[in-house]
Design a protein around this ligand. Structure first.
Ligand code: FES
Ligand code: FES
Length: 159
């Protein structure tokens, strides 16, 4: 079966078993190794990528269901070797330890900031329910994201 889709702005053609998980197409065929495959069951979020702008676990998406889809991986969020704002904030707040969760977190949080430029602490935590980190603890991750909000964001009580 042949599937045409777009990955990080580039047209790509997949020829093979349509049940192949998107994470395997990305990591094994395209050598985009930012997204990680840890649990392969949809629990950990290390494989998170954007499909048509929405963060999804790439381990659970068969390529056969993605004809015409626009896929964005963490590599596509930081073209030309730059860091995107979430990555920069993670570094500035010493968030990253082992790094296994890093790519999925960056994808999820970048999508959050695209739809909500001034999230509350509760909204950041809610966005991260599908992304596990077993090293850093979530408070520093949330602090990093909130540092990217505008200078005078609405208060939790006001939202
Ligand atoms: S590897 Fe996909 S959610 Fe864990
Ligand atoms: S930094 Fe190790 S799992 Fe998050």
């Amino acid at each position: 079966m042949t599937i045409d889709l777009t990955v990080n702005g580039q047209p790509r053609r997949f020829a093979g078993d349509p049940r192949t998980p998107l994470i395997d197409l990305l990591r094994e065929d395209l050598r985009l190794t930012g997204a990680k495959a840890v649990c392969r069951e949809g629990f950990c979020g290390t494989c998170t990528v954007l499909v048509d702008g929405q963060p999804v676990p790439a381990c659970l998406r068969p390529v056969g269901l993605l004809a015409g889809a626009e896929i964005t991986t963490v590599e596509g969020l930081a073209p030309q070797g730059d860091l995107n704002p979430v990555q920069r904030a993670f570094l500035d707040h010493d968030v990253v330890q082992c790094g296994m969760c890093f790519s999925g977190m960056v994808v999820t949080l970048t999508a959050l900031l695209h739809r909500n430029t001034a999230p509350t602490r509760a909204e950041v935590k809610a966005a991260l329910t599908g992304n596990m980190c077993r090293c850093t603890g979530y408070e520093r991750i949330v602090d990093a994201v909130l540092s990217l909000a505008p200078a005078d964001p609405p208060t939790e009580a006001a939202r």
